[in-house]
Design a protein around this ligand. Structure first.
Ligand code: GCB
Length: 568
Protein backbone atom coordinates (compact mmCIF):
# COMPACT_ATOMS: atom_id res chain seq x y z
CA UNK A 1 0.00 0.00 0.00
CA UNK A 2 1.09 3.58 -0.45
CA UNK A 3 2.48 5.43 2.48
CA UNK A 4 2.38 9.22 2.66
CA UNK A 5 4.77 10.86 5.12
CA UNK A 6 4.34 14.52 5.92
CA UNK A 7 7.69 16.34 5.92
CA UNK A 8 6.53 19.74 7.17
CA UNK A 9 8.53 19.87 10.40
CA UNK A 10 12.14 20.79 11.14
CA UNK A 11 13.53 22.40 8.04
CA UNK A 12 16.66 24.54 7.92
CA UNK A 13 16.27 27.73 5.89
CA UNK A 14 18.67 30.40 4.76
CA UNK A 15 17.77 33.74 3.27
CA UNK A 16 20.60 33.96 0.78
CA UNK A 17 21.82 32.08 -2.24
CA UNK A 18 23.94 29.74 -0.13
CA UNK A 19 24.68 27.14 -2.76
CA UNK A 20 23.89 23.48 -2.46
CA UNK A 21 24.81 22.12 0.99
CA UNK A 22 26.33 18.63 1.22
CA UNK A 23 25.28 18.00 4.83
CA UNK A 24 22.37 19.26 6.92
CA UNK A 25 23.34 22.87 7.72
CA UNK A 26 23.42 23.48 11.47
CA UNK A 27 23.62 27.27 11.29
CA UNK A 28 20.54 27.96 9.17
CA UNK A 29 17.24 29.13 10.71
CA UNK A 30 14.85 26.40 11.85
CA UNK A 31 11.43 26.64 10.20
CA UNK A 32 8.33 24.51 9.75
CA UNK A 33 6.19 24.48 6.64
CA UNK A 34 4.13 26.16 5.33
CA UNK A 35 6.69 28.94 5.08
CA UNK A 36 7.31 32.06 3.03
CA UNK A 37 10.11 34.58 3.50
CA UNK A 38 7.79 37.39 2.44
CA UNK A 39 5.29 37.06 5.31
CA UNK A 40 6.33 40.29 6.96
CA UNK A 41 7.97 42.18 4.15
CA UNK A 42 6.44 44.08 1.25
CA UNK A 43 4.23 46.15 3.52
CA UNK A 44 5.90 49.52 3.09
CA UNK A 45 4.41 50.20 -0.33
CA UNK A 46 7.67 51.01 -2.08
CA UNK A 47 7.27 48.00 -4.31
CA UNK A 48 10.27 46.20 -3.01
CA UNK A 49 10.07 42.87 -1.29
CA UNK A 50 12.58 40.15 -0.96
CA UNK A 51 12.84 38.38 -4.33
CA UNK A 52 15.61 35.90 -4.95
CA UNK A 53 16.89 32.40 -4.49
CA UNK A 54 16.75 30.96 -0.99
CA UNK A 55 17.41 27.48 0.36
CA UNK A 56 15.56 24.91 2.45
CA UNK A 57 17.08 21.65 3.75
CA UNK A 58 15.74 18.66 5.64
CA UNK A 59 16.86 15.13 6.42
CA UNK A 60 14.66 12.08 6.07
CA UNK A 61 14.96 8.33 6.23
CA UNK A 62 14.14 6.28 3.19
CA UNK A 63 10.67 4.90 3.79
CA UNK A 64 10.26 1.15 3.72
CA UNK A 65 9.23 0.33 0.21
CA UNK A 66 6.09 -1.73 0.32
CA UNK A 67 5.82 -5.18 -1.29
CA UNK A 68 9.50 -5.34 -2.20
CA UNK A 69 10.97 -3.09 -4.89
CA UNK A 70 8.80 -0.01 -4.95
CA UNK A 71 9.32 3.66 -5.53
CA UNK A 72 9.72 6.78 -3.45
CA UNK A 73 8.49 10.19 -4.58
CA UNK A 74 8.93 13.62 -3.11
CA UNK A 75 5.83 15.76 -3.46
CA UNK A 76 6.07 19.57 -3.29
CA UNK A 77 2.55 20.92 -2.92
CA UNK A 78 3.72 24.27 -4.33
CA UNK A 79 6.89 26.35 -4.30
CA UNK A 80 7.10 30.05 -5.09
CA UNK A 81 7.96 30.61 -7.88
CA UNK A 82 10.71 28.48 -9.46
CA UNK A 83 12.19 25.55 -7.56
CA UNK A 84 15.03 23.07 -7.91
CA UNK A 85 14.92 19.97 -5.74
CA UNK A 86 18.00 17.94 -4.79
CA UNK A 87 18.32 14.67 -2.90
CA UNK A 88 21.76 13.70 -1.61
CA UNK A 89 23.37 16.32 -3.82
CA UNK A 90 21.62 15.27 -7.06
CA UNK A 91 19.05 17.40 -8.82
CA UNK A 92 15.79 15.46 -9.06
CA UNK A 93 13.42 18.06 -10.49
CA UNK A 94 13.21 21.69 -11.58
CA UNK A 95 9.76 23.28 -11.69
CA UNK A 96 8.47 26.63 -12.92
CA UNK A 97 5.25 28.21 -11.69
CA UNK A 98 4.51 28.93 -8.05
CA UNK A 99 1.02 27.53 -7.63
CA UNK A 100 0.89 23.87 -8.62
CA UNK A 101 1.97 20.54 -7.17
CA UNK A 102 4.91 18.64 -8.60
CA UNK A 103 6.63 15.38 -7.72
CA UNK A 104 9.85 13.58 -8.48
CA UNK A 105 10.77 9.92 -8.40
CA UNK A 106 13.73 9.82 -5.99
CA UNK A 107 14.05 6.04 -5.63
CA UNK A 108 17.43 5.84 -7.30
CA UNK A 109 19.04 8.60 -5.24
CA UNK A 110 17.79 7.54 -1.79
CA UNK A 111 20.20 5.68 0.49
CA UNK A 112 19.27 2.20 1.62
CA UNK A 113 20.35 2.98 5.17
CA UNK A 114 20.72 6.20 7.14
CA UNK A 115 19.61 9.74 6.47
CA UNK A 116 19.04 11.45 3.14
CA UNK A 117 19.38 15.16 2.58
CA UNK A 118 16.53 16.89 0.77
CA UNK A 119 17.29 20.43 -0.41
CA UNK A 120 14.96 22.81 -2.21
CA UNK A 121 16.12 26.07 -3.75
CA UNK A 122 13.11 28.36 -4.22
CA UNK A 123 13.41 31.46 -6.33
CA UNK A 124 10.80 34.20 -6.63
CA UNK A 125 12.90 36.54 -8.76
CA UNK A 126 11.22 37.59 -11.98
CA UNK A 127 11.79 35.14 -14.80
CA UNK A 128 10.68 36.25 -18.25
CA UNK A 129 9.31 32.88 -19.27
CA UNK A 130 7.28 32.16 -16.12
CA UNK A 131 3.78 33.49 -15.47
CA UNK A 132 2.73 35.68 -13.76
CA UNK A 133 5.23 38.23 -14.96
CA UNK A 134 3.60 41.42 -13.86
CA UNK A 135 0.48 41.63 -11.74
CA UNK A 136 -1.17 43.50 -8.90
CA UNK A 137 -0.22 41.12 -6.09
CA UNK A 138 2.88 39.96 -4.22
CA UNK A 139 4.65 36.93 -5.68
CA UNK A 140 5.53 35.22 -2.42
CA UNK A 141 8.57 32.95 -2.31
CA UNK A 142 9.00 29.74 -0.38
CA UNK A 143 7.73 26.28 0.42
CA UNK A 144 4.40 27.75 1.35
CA UNK A 145 2.16 24.67 1.11
CA UNK A 146 4.04 21.65 2.41
CA UNK A 147 6.08 18.65 1.31
CA UNK A 148 5.36 14.90 1.43
CA UNK A 149 7.23 11.69 0.80
CA UNK A 150 5.17 9.05 -0.93
CA UNK A 151 6.26 5.44 -1.16
CA UNK A 152 4.44 2.98 -3.39
CA UNK A 153 4.98 -0.56 -4.70
CA UNK A 154 6.30 -0.92 -8.25
CA UNK A 155 2.72 -1.33 -9.42
CA UNK A 156 0.89 1.84 -8.41
CA UNK A 157 -1.48 4.58 -9.51
CA UNK A 158 0.37 7.20 -11.49
CA UNK A 159 1.99 10.02 -9.55
CA UNK A 160 3.94 11.66 -12.33
CA UNK A 161 1.48 13.01 -14.90
CA UNK A 162 1.33 16.77 -14.19
CA UNK A 163 1.02 16.18 -10.43
CA UNK A 164 -2.47 14.69 -10.81
CA UNK A 165 -4.18 12.25 -8.44
CA UNK A 166 -4.00 9.29 -10.85
CA UNK A 167 -7.78 9.02 -11.24
CA UNK A 168 -10.41 11.04 -13.10
CA UNK A 169 -14.06 10.79 -12.20
CA UNK A 170 -16.78 12.41 -14.31
CA UNK A 171 -20.23 11.98 -12.79
CA UNK A 172 -23.09 12.60 -15.23
CA UNK A 173 -26.67 12.74 -13.92
CA UNK A 174 -29.30 10.76 -15.84
CA UNK A 175 -32.97 11.74 -16.24
CA UNK A 176 -34.04 8.69 -14.24
CA UNK A 177 -32.72 10.12 -10.94
CA UNK A 178 -29.48 8.15 -11.08
CA UNK A 179 -26.06 8.96 -12.48
CA UNK A 180 -23.27 7.39 -14.43
CA UNK A 181 -19.75 7.82 -13.10
CA UNK A 182 -17.20 7.70 -15.92
CA UNK A 183 -13.98 6.70 -14.18
CA UNK A 184 -10.49 6.23 -15.47
CA UNK A 185 -7.43 5.51 -13.37
CA UNK A 186 -3.84 5.55 -14.55
CA UNK A 187 -1.75 2.60 -13.54
CA UNK A 188 2.02 2.16 -13.65
CA UNK A 189 3.93 -1.12 -13.91
CA UNK A 190 0.93 -3.42 -13.52
CA UNK A 191 0.76 -6.48 -15.80
CA UNK A 192 -2.24 -8.58 -16.82
CA UNK A 193 -2.38 -10.18 -13.38
CA UNK A 194 -3.52 -6.93 -11.80
CA UNK A 195 -7.06 -5.62 -11.53
CA UNK A 196 -8.51 -2.30 -10.41
CA UNK A 197 -11.54 -2.42 -8.12
CA UNK A 198 -13.70 0.67 -7.98
CA UNK A 199 -16.08 1.44 -5.18
CA UNK A 200 -18.48 4.38 -4.88
CA UNK A 201 -19.68 5.27 -1.40
CA UNK A 202 -22.32 7.80 -0.42
CA UNK A 203 -21.80 10.53 2.17
CA UNK A 204 -22.61 8.08 4.98
CA UNK A 205 -19.88 5.72 3.77
CA UNK A 206 -22.31 3.12 2.36
CA UNK A 207 -21.19 1.50 -0.89
CA UNK A 208 -23.71 2.27 -3.63
CA UNK A 209 -21.89 0.77 -6.63
CA UNK A 210 -18.71 -1.05 -7.55
CA UNK A 211 -16.84 -2.36 -10.59
CA UNK A 212 -13.72 -4.26 -11.51
CA UNK A 213 -11.42 -3.78 -14.51
CA UNK A 214 -8.17 -5.34 -15.70
CA UNK A 215 -5.25 -3.00 -15.00
CA UNK A 216 -4.44 -2.58 -18.70
CA UNK A 217 -7.90 -1.13 -19.45
CA UNK A 218 -9.02 0.87 -16.47
CA UNK A 219 -11.80 3.04 -17.95
CA UNK A 220 -15.24 2.13 -16.71
CA UNK A 221 -18.74 3.56 -16.43
CA UNK A 222 -20.45 2.76 -13.17
CA UNK A 223 -24.20 3.39 -12.74
CA UNK A 224 -25.67 4.49 -9.46
CA UNK A 225 -29.46 4.08 -9.77
CA UNK A 226 -30.40 6.83 -7.35
CA UNK A 227 -28.25 9.82 -6.44
CA UNK A 228 -28.35 12.95 -4.35
CA UNK A 229 -27.04 15.82 -6.41
CA UNK A 230 -24.26 18.21 -5.45
CA UNK A 231 -25.82 21.65 -5.17
CA UNK A 232 -25.08 25.03 -3.65
CA UNK A 233 -27.48 24.43 -0.75
CA UNK A 234 -26.74 20.74 -0.44
CA UNK A 235 -23.16 19.98 -1.54
CA UNK A 236 -23.52 16.22 -1.41
CA UNK A 237 -20.28 14.32 -1.94
CA UNK A 238 -19.60 10.73 -2.96
CA UNK A 239 -16.25 9.04 -2.43
CA UNK A 240 -14.75 7.03 -5.26
CA UNK A 241 -12.00 4.59 -4.31
CA UNK A 242 -9.76 2.71 -6.71
CA UNK A 243 -7.82 -0.31 -5.45
CA UNK A 244 -5.03 -1.94 -7.42
CA UNK A 245 -4.89 -5.65 -6.61
CA UNK A 246 -3.09 -8.83 -7.59
CA UNK A 247 -4.34 -12.14 -6.24
CA UNK A 248 -6.31 -10.45 -3.45
CA UNK A 249 -3.30 -8.46 -2.32
CA UNK A 250 -3.73 -4.67 -2.40
CA UNK A 251 -0.81 -2.82 -4.00
CA UNK A 252 -2.15 0.73 -4.07
CA UNK A 253 -5.32 2.61 -3.21
CA UNK A 254 -6.56 6.14 -3.90
CA UNK A 255 -9.78 7.90 -2.95
CA UNK A 256 -11.26 11.09 -4.34
CA UNK A 257 -14.53 12.86 -3.79
CA UNK A 258 -17.09 13.45 -6.50
CA UNK A 259 -20.32 15.39 -6.85
CA UNK A 260 -23.15 14.80 -9.32
CA UNK A 261 -24.38 18.00 -10.90
CA UNK A 262 -25.33 19.39 -14.28
CA UNK A 263 -24.74 22.98 -15.22
CA UNK A 264 -24.82 25.30 -18.20
CA UNK A 265 -24.89 28.97 -19.08
CA UNK A 266 -27.44 30.76 -21.20
CA UNK A 267 -27.02 34.34 -22.48
CA UNK A 268 -30.54 35.26 -21.32
CA UNK A 269 -31.02 33.01 -18.33
CA UNK A 270 -27.54 33.09 -16.83
CA UNK A 271 -26.13 30.14 -14.88
CA UNK A 272 -28.25 27.04 -14.52
CA UNK A 273 -27.38 24.29 -12.04
CA UNK A 274 -29.34 21.05 -11.88
CA UNK A 275 -32.00 22.65 -14.08
CA UNK A 276 -32.51 25.72 -11.87
CA UNK A 277 -31.60 29.25 -13.00
CA UNK A 278 -29.18 30.47 -10.35
CA UNK A 279 -27.42 33.79 -10.83
CA UNK A 280 -23.90 33.37 -9.49
CA UNK A 281 -23.14 36.21 -7.10
CA UNK A 282 -19.95 36.15 -5.12
CA UNK A 283 -16.39 37.23 -4.62
CA UNK A 284 -12.82 36.74 -5.77
CA UNK A 285 -10.16 35.56 -3.39
CA UNK A 286 -6.36 35.71 -3.16
CA UNK A 287 -4.63 33.14 -0.94
CA UNK A 288 -2.82 35.34 1.60
CA UNK A 289 -3.22 36.92 5.01
CA UNK A 290 -1.54 39.73 6.90
CA UNK A 291 1.84 38.66 8.32
CA UNK A 292 1.34 35.08 7.12
CA UNK A 293 1.73 35.82 3.43
CA UNK A 294 0.53 32.84 1.44
CA UNK A 295 1.79 30.32 4.01
CA UNK A 296 -1.71 29.38 5.09
CA UNK A 297 -2.82 26.25 6.93
CA UNK A 298 -5.79 24.06 6.01
CA UNK A 299 -7.64 25.73 8.91
CA UNK A 300 -6.90 29.19 7.43
CA UNK A 301 -8.30 28.08 4.08
CA UNK A 302 -11.45 26.62 5.61
CA UNK A 303 -11.94 29.73 7.74
CA UNK A 304 -11.82 31.92 4.62
CA UNK A 305 -14.43 29.75 2.97
CA UNK A 306 -16.58 29.90 6.09
CA UNK A 307 -16.51 33.72 6.12
CA UNK A 308 -17.49 33.76 2.45
CA UNK A 309 -20.34 31.33 3.14
CA UNK A 310 -21.57 33.50 5.99
CA UNK A 311 -21.66 36.40 3.53
CA UNK A 312 -24.12 34.42 1.42
CA UNK A 313 -22.00 34.23 -1.76
CA UNK A 314 -22.59 31.21 -3.99
CA UNK A 315 -19.51 31.55 -6.18
CA UNK A 316 -15.79 32.27 -5.80
CA UNK A 317 -13.33 33.26 -8.47
CA UNK A 318 -9.96 31.90 -7.39
CA UNK A 319 -7.76 34.65 -8.72
CA UNK A 320 -5.32 34.65 -10.39
CA UNK A 321 -3.68 31.21 -10.13
CA UNK A 322 -4.19 27.70 -8.81
CA UNK A 323 -5.09 27.79 -5.09
CA UNK A 324 -4.41 25.16 -2.42
CA UNK A 325 -6.21 21.81 -2.62
CA UNK A 326 -7.48 22.68 0.85
CA UNK A 327 -9.47 25.56 -0.54
CA UNK A 328 -11.03 23.53 -3.36
CA UNK A 329 -11.92 20.92 -0.72
CA UNK A 330 -13.63 23.63 1.33
CA UNK A 331 -15.56 24.79 -1.75
CA UNK A 332 -16.65 21.20 -2.51
CA UNK A 333 -17.90 20.80 1.05
CA UNK A 334 -19.54 24.20 1.44
CA UNK A 335 -21.24 24.44 -1.95
CA UNK A 336 -19.48 27.19 -3.91
CA UNK A 337 -19.37 27.29 -7.70
CA UNK A 338 -15.72 27.92 -8.49
CA UNK A 339 -13.96 29.67 -11.34
CA UNK A 340 -10.36 28.39 -11.34
CA UNK A 341 -7.71 30.04 -13.48
CA UNK A 342 -4.07 30.26 -14.52
CA UNK A 343 -1.83 33.31 -14.01
CA UNK A 344 -1.87 34.35 -17.68
CA UNK A 345 -2.32 37.93 -16.62
CA UNK A 346 -1.74 41.55 -17.68
CA UNK A 347 1.00 41.11 -20.22
CA UNK A 348 1.85 38.40 -22.72
CA UNK A 349 5.41 37.35 -23.46
CA UNK A 350 5.71 36.35 -27.13
CA UNK A 351 8.44 33.78 -26.51
CA UNK A 352 7.61 30.17 -27.12
CA UNK A 353 9.08 29.23 -23.74
CA UNK A 354 6.64 31.55 -21.96
CA UNK A 355 3.74 30.12 -23.94
CA UNK A 356 4.85 26.61 -22.95
CA UNK A 357 4.82 27.70 -19.31
CA UNK A 358 1.25 28.90 -19.74
CA UNK A 359 0.28 25.59 -21.30
CA UNK A 360 1.88 23.54 -18.56
CA UNK A 361 0.22 25.67 -15.84
CA UNK A 362 -3.15 25.07 -17.53
CA UNK A 363 -2.48 21.33 -17.74
CA UNK A 364 -1.50 21.23 -14.08
CA UNK A 365 -4.56 23.23 -13.05
CA UNK A 366 -6.98 20.95 -14.87
CA UNK A 367 -5.29 17.60 -14.21
CA UNK A 368 -4.72 18.29 -10.51
CA UNK A 369 -8.21 19.64 -9.87
CA UNK A 370 -10.37 17.65 -12.27
CA UNK A 371 -12.30 15.83 -9.55
CA UNK A 372 -13.48 18.86 -7.54
CA UNK A 373 -17.23 19.21 -8.15
CA UNK A 374 -17.16 22.87 -7.05
CA UNK A 375 -15.15 23.84 -10.14
CA UNK A 376 -17.42 24.61 -13.09
CA UNK A 377 -15.24 27.08 -15.04
CA UNK A 378 -11.64 27.15 -16.26
CA UNK A 379 -10.40 30.71 -16.72
CA UNK A 380 -7.75 31.07 -19.40
CA UNK A 381 -6.58 34.64 -18.85
CA UNK A 382 -7.05 37.90 -16.98
CA UNK A 383 -6.73 41.39 -18.47
CA UNK A 384 -4.05 40.29 -20.88
CA UNK A 385 -4.12 43.37 -23.02
CA UNK A 386 -1.09 45.48 -22.19
CA UNK A 387 0.61 45.75 -25.57
CA UNK A 388 -2.65 45.48 -27.51
CA UNK A 389 -4.47 42.67 -29.24
CA UNK A 390 -1.98 40.93 -31.49
CA UNK A 391 -2.66 37.96 -33.73
CA UNK A 392 -0.43 35.95 -31.42
CA UNK A 393 -2.53 36.89 -28.41
CA UNK A 394 -5.68 35.69 -30.13
CA UNK A 395 -3.98 32.50 -31.33
CA UNK A 396 -2.64 31.72 -27.86
CA UNK A 397 -6.11 32.14 -26.40
CA UNK A 398 -7.61 29.83 -28.99
CA UNK A 399 -4.97 27.26 -28.23
CA UNK A 400 -5.47 27.50 -24.45
CA UNK A 401 -9.22 27.25 -24.86
CA UNK A 402 -8.91 24.19 -27.11
CA UNK A 403 -6.54 22.58 -24.62
CA UNK A 404 -8.95 23.18 -21.72
CA UNK A 405 -11.81 21.65 -23.75
CA UNK A 406 -9.67 18.69 -24.77
CA UNK A 407 -8.52 17.96 -21.21
CA UNK A 408 -11.96 18.53 -19.77
CA UNK A 409 -15.01 18.64 -22.06
CA UNK A 410 -17.26 18.51 -18.98
CA UNK A 411 -16.63 22.11 -17.92
CA UNK A 412 -17.05 25.58 -19.41
CA UNK A 413 -14.25 27.98 -20.21
CA UNK A 414 -14.15 31.68 -19.47
CA UNK A 415 -11.99 34.79 -19.68
CA UNK A 416 -11.72 38.06 -17.72
CA UNK A 417 -11.49 40.92 -20.22
CA UNK A 418 -9.99 44.21 -19.13
CA UNK A 419 -12.53 47.05 -19.20
CA UNK A 420 -11.09 48.54 -22.40
CA UNK A 421 -11.29 45.35 -24.44
CA UNK A 422 -13.28 46.53 -27.46
CA UNK A 423 -16.88 45.38 -27.42
CA UNK A 424 -16.35 43.93 -30.85
CA UNK A 425 -13.23 42.21 -32.09
CA UNK A 426 -11.19 39.03 -32.11
CA UNK A 427 -11.10 38.50 -28.34
CA UNK A 428 -14.77 37.49 -28.38
CA UNK A 429 -16.32 34.10 -29.12
CA UNK A 430 -13.19 32.20 -28.06
CA UNK A 431 -14.33 30.88 -24.67
CA UNK A 432 -17.75 29.42 -23.75
CA UNK A 433 -18.56 32.36 -21.51
CA UNK A 434 -16.98 35.79 -21.13
CA UNK A 435 -16.63 38.37 -18.40
CA UNK A 436 -15.38 41.90 -17.96
CA UNK A 437 -13.45 43.51 -15.13
CA UNK A 438 -15.14 46.88 -14.70
CA UNK A 439 -14.14 49.62 -12.30
CA UNK A 440 -16.59 52.35 -13.38
CA UNK A 441 -16.99 54.36 -10.21
CA UNK A 442 -13.41 53.83 -9.13
CA UNK A 443 -10.61 54.05 -11.73
CA UNK A 444 -12.73 55.90 -14.22
CA UNK A 445 -16.33 56.75 -14.98
CA UNK A 446 -19.23 56.72 -12.57
CA UNK A 447 -20.81 53.77 -10.82
CA UNK A 448 -23.97 54.57 -12.75
CA UNK A 449 -22.15 53.63 -15.98
CA UNK A 450 -22.12 49.94 -15.09
CA UNK A 451 -25.77 49.06 -15.78
CA UNK A 452 -26.02 50.76 -19.22
CA UNK A 453 -22.66 49.28 -20.30
CA UNK A 454 -23.85 45.76 -19.48
CA UNK A 455 -27.19 46.30 -21.25
CA UNK A 456 -25.44 47.65 -24.33
CA UNK A 457 -23.05 44.68 -24.54
CA UNK A 458 -25.97 42.30 -24.14
CA UNK A 459 -27.81 44.03 -26.97
CA UNK A 460 -24.80 43.86 -29.29
CA UNK A 461 -23.96 40.24 -28.38
CA UNK A 462 -27.23 38.51 -27.53
CA UNK A 463 -25.46 35.14 -27.83
CA UNK A 464 -22.60 35.78 -25.44
CA UNK A 465 -22.98 34.69 -21.82
CA UNK A 466 -21.69 37.80 -20.06
CA UNK A 467 -20.35 38.05 -16.53
CA UNK A 468 -18.69 40.70 -14.37
CA UNK A 469 -15.43 39.12 -13.31
CA UNK A 470 -14.24 42.03 -11.16
CA UNK A 471 -15.71 45.21 -9.75
CA UNK A 472 -14.89 47.08 -6.57
CA UNK A 473 -13.19 50.02 -4.94
CA UNK A 474 -10.90 50.69 -2.01
CA UNK A 475 -12.36 51.05 1.46
CA UNK A 476 -10.03 51.74 4.35
CA UNK A 477 -11.44 51.17 7.79
CA UNK A 478 -9.52 53.96 9.45
CA UNK A 479 -10.63 56.53 6.93
CA UNK A 480 -14.02 58.20 7.03
CA UNK A 481 -14.28 61.05 4.56
CA UNK A 482 -16.60 64.01 4.98
CA UNK A 483 -18.56 63.25 1.84
CA UNK A 484 -19.48 59.62 1.21
CA UNK A 485 -20.16 60.34 -2.47
CA UNK A 486 -16.48 61.17 -3.05
CA UNK A 487 -14.13 58.46 -4.36
CA UNK A 488 -11.89 58.94 -1.36
CA UNK A 489 -10.91 55.47 -0.03
CA UNK A 490 -13.44 55.78 2.76
CA UNK A 491 -15.44 52.83 3.99
CA UNK A 492 -18.54 54.94 3.30
CA UNK A 493 -17.82 55.40 -0.40
CA UNK A 494 -17.06 51.72 -0.74
CA UNK A 495 -20.41 50.91 0.88
CA UNK A 496 -22.27 53.35 -1.35
CA UNK A 497 -20.61 51.88 -4.45
CA UNK A 498 -21.42 48.28 -3.49
CA UNK A 499 -25.00 49.15 -2.59
CA UNK A 500 -25.36 50.46 -6.11
CA UNK A 501 -23.62 47.47 -7.70
CA UNK A 502 -25.55 44.87 -5.73
CA UNK A 503 -28.73 46.37 -7.17
CA UNK A 504 -27.37 46.63 -10.74
CA UNK A 505 -26.53 42.92 -10.65
CA UNK A 506 -29.69 41.88 -8.88
CA UNK A 507 -31.73 43.50 -11.64
CA UNK A 508 -29.84 41.54 -14.31
CA UNK A 509 -30.14 37.84 -13.50
CA UNK A 510 -28.91 37.03 -17.03
CA UNK A 511 -25.39 38.05 -15.96
CA UNK A 512 -24.05 34.52 -15.49
CA UNK A 513 -21.69 35.49 -12.66
CA UNK A 514 -20.35 38.47 -10.79
CA UNK A 515 -17.37 38.55 -8.47
CA UNK A 516 -16.59 41.39 -6.09
CA UNK A 517 -12.94 42.39 -6.22
CA UNK A 518 -12.05 41.31 -3.55
CA UNK A 519 -13.32 39.35 -0.55
CA UNK A 520 -10.23 40.18 1.50
CA UNK A 521 -7.63 42.95 1.32
CA UNK A 522 -4.50 41.31 -0.08
CA UNK A 523 -0.75 41.80 -0.32
CA UNK A 524 0.48 43.97 -3.12
CA UNK A 525 3.94 45.32 -2.39
CA UNK A 526 3.75 47.94 -5.12
CA UNK A 527 0.69 49.77 -3.80
CA UNK A 528 0.60 52.75 -1.51
CA UNK A 529 -2.87 54.17 -1.60
CA UNK A 530 -5.22 55.82 0.82
CA UNK A 531 -2.66 55.71 3.61
CA UNK A 532 -2.39 51.90 3.82
CA UNK A 533 0.70 50.71 2.00
CA UNK A 534 1.67 47.33 0.59
CA UNK A 535 -1.80 46.11 -0.01
CA UNK A 536 -4.85 46.30 -2.18
CA UNK A 537 -7.67 47.53 0.04
CA UNK A 538 -10.64 46.57 -2.10
CA UNK A 539 -11.60 43.73 0.26
CA UNK A 540 -14.96 43.48 1.98
CA UNK A 541 -12.92 42.19 4.94
CA UNK A 542 -9.50 43.31 6.16
CA UNK A 543 -6.34 41.34 5.36
CA UNK A 544 -6.09 40.02 8.94
CA UNK A 545 -9.74 38.82 8.63
CA UNK A 546 -10.58 40.76 11.80
CA UNK A 547 -12.85 43.50 10.50
CA UNK A 548 -15.79 43.23 8.18
CA UNK A 549 -16.26 46.49 6.35
CA UNK A 550 -19.65 48.16 5.90
CA UNK A 551 -19.86 46.84 2.33
CA UNK A 552 -19.65 43.27 3.63
CA UNK A 553 -23.01 43.78 5.33
CA UNK A 554 -24.60 45.08 2.14
CA UNK A 555 -23.96 41.78 0.40
CA UNK A 556 -24.90 39.87 3.50
CA UNK A 557 -28.28 41.57 3.39
CA UNK A 558 -28.67 41.00 -0.38
CA UNK A 559 -27.48 37.42 -0.64
CA UNK A 560 -28.48 35.74 2.57
CA UNK A 561 -31.72 33.87 2.88
CA UNK A 562 -31.72 34.64 6.61
CA UNK A 563 -32.91 38.18 7.36
CA UNK A 564 -30.27 40.30 9.05
CA UNK A 565 -31.11 41.25 12.59
CA UNK A 566 -29.78 44.40 14.15
CA UNK A 567 -29.50 44.13 17.92
CA UNK A 568 -29.42 47.39 19.86
C1 GCB B 1 -7.72 44.30 -12.03
C2 GCB B 1 -6.84 43.11 -11.90
C3 GCB B 1 -6.58 42.75 -10.45
C4 GCB B 1 -6.27 44.01 -9.67
C5 GCB B 1 -7.46 44.95 -9.76
C6 GCB B 1 -7.25 46.27 -9.01
O1 GCB B 1 -8.39 44.49 -13.00
O2 GCB B 1 -7.34 41.99 -12.58
O3 GCB B 1 -5.54 41.83 -10.39
O4 GCB B 1 -5.94 43.75 -8.36
O5 GCB B 1 -7.72 45.25 -11.09
O6 GCB B 1 -7.55 46.33 -7.83
O7 GCB B 1 -6.78 47.22 -9.62
Amino acid sequence: MRNVINLNKDWAFIQQDAGLPQVMPSDWTKVDLPHTWNAIDGHDGNGSYDRGKYWYAKTFETPKQPLGGGKVFVEILAAGQQATVYVNGKEVVYHEGGYSTFRADITEVCKEEGENLLVVACDNARKESVYPQSADFTFYGGLYRGVNLISVPDAHFDLEYYGGPGIQVTPVPCDCGGAKFDIVSYVKEADENFTVLYSICDAEGKEVASACRPADSTAVTVYVPEVTKWDIDNPYLYTVTARLERRNETYDEISVRAGVRSFSCDPNKGFIINGVETPLRGVSRHQDQLYKGNALTREDHFEDARIIKELGANTIRLAHYQHSQDFYDACDEMGFVVWAEIPFISVMNNDLEAHQNCISQLKELIIQNYNHPSICFWGISNEILIGGISEQLVENHKELNALAKELDPSRLTTIAHVSMTPIEGPMHYITDTESYNHYFGWYGGKMEDNGPWLDNFHKIHPNICLGVSEYGCEGIITYHGPNPACKDYSEEYQALYHEHMAKVLDERPWIWSSHVWNMFDFGCAARDEGGVAGRNNKGLVTMDRKIKKDSYYIYKAYWNKEPMVHLC
